[in-house]
Ligand binder design. Sequence first.
Ligand code: ADP
Length: 352
Amino acid sequence: GNFIPPIKSNGSNNGNLTQRIGGKRDDAMDDSTKKCLDMLCGPDGELPEKLRNLEPRLIEHVSNEIMDRDPNVRWDDIAGLDHAKKCVTEMVVWPLLRPDIFKGCRAPGRGLLLFGPPGTGKTMIGKAIAGEAKATFFYISASSLTSKWIGEGEKLVRALFGVASCRQPAVIFVDEVDSLLSQRKSEGEHEASRRLKTQFLIEMEGFDSGSEQILLIGATNRPQELDEAARRRLTKRLYIPLPSPDARAWIVRNLLEKDGLFKLSKEDMDIICKLTEGYSGSDMKNLVKDASMGPLRDALRQGIEITDLNKEDMRPVTLQDFKAALQEVRPSVSSNELGIYEDWNKQFGSLS
Ligand code: ADP
C-alpha cells in the first residue's frame, strides 16, 4: 500500500498504454510520448515489431533519458590510452562503420568490457566509440536498474534493447555492469534481480546471434565480481589503467589551455607529473579545478571584492597553486586496488 511508483503516473489507464498496433494510437498518451513513438515509427508509420508490446512511458524514458544523440567525445579528447584506442578502433569502430566487410571470419564480438579504476576514462571511451562510429549512444547505470527501477528493470531492459535496435548502429553503455552481472548474488539472490540478469543475458544473446549493429559495452571497477556468463558474453576485455605521466600532463595542459590559463614551464609540469603519481584522470581534473582557484583566492585575500575583480589582473596559475591543491585533492585509488586489476587483467584481459 505504501509503494510509490518511480515514474510519475499520468493518470491514464496503464493497461491500455501499450496499444499502438496497426497504426492505432492510444488517446491516453500525452503529446511527448506520442512524439517519441512517432520518431521510432518506420516509413509505414507503424511501430517496429519489437516495440509494440512495450510500455510507451518506458520507451519514452529510454529515448529521452538514456539515449544520447550527441555524446560529443572524440579520441582526441581522451588523454593517453593509445593502445586501448587502437584496439577499440579495430575491434568495434570499424565493424560498426563497415558491417559489409566485418562479417564471417571477421565478424566482431558484440560485447566489450572496459575495466579499471574509477575515473580513468571508460565512459569517455564509450562515448568516443559511438562518436567515431556515428552510432547512437545509450547510457545506463546498472545500479539504477536495481535501485530506481525496482520491479521494472526487466521491462526497461527490453525497452532499451528495443529502442537500440531501431537506432542502429547503436552503442549501449552499461556502467557498473558488475551490479547486474555479478556472481555474488547467485545463491541468495533476490528473485527480481535474478530475473533482471536473465533478461539482460537473453537480450544480449539475441543481438549477438543476429545481424544487428549493436555493441554492448560494460564498464566496471570491480571486474573480479563478474560471473562466468558475463565474461563469456563480454568477449573483449580491456584494462583501462591510471593515466601515465604524459597523459596527466596532457590533462593539465588541455584543461588550462581551454580557459587561456596555461603558463606553466616544462620544469613545473615535470614536477606536477611527479607529484601526481597514482592520480586518476578524474582526480587530475579536480586538481586542476582546485589549482585554478589559486589566483582568485589570492586576489580576494588582498581585499579585492569579487564584484570589482578584473579578470585580466589575475595572475596565472602557478606550480604553488598545484602544490596547495595537492593538499586538498588526494588520489582516489589505492595501490592495493591496482594489484587486483592487474591480476584480473593477466587472467581474463584481452590484451595486457
Ligand atoms: P570512468 O568511466 O572510467 O569512471 P569517466 O570517463 O567518467 O571515468 O571520466 C571522468 C572524468 O575524468 C571525465 O569527464 C574527464 O574529465 C576525466 N578523465 C578521466 N580519464 C581521462 C582521460 N584519459 N583523458 C581525459 N580526461 C579524463
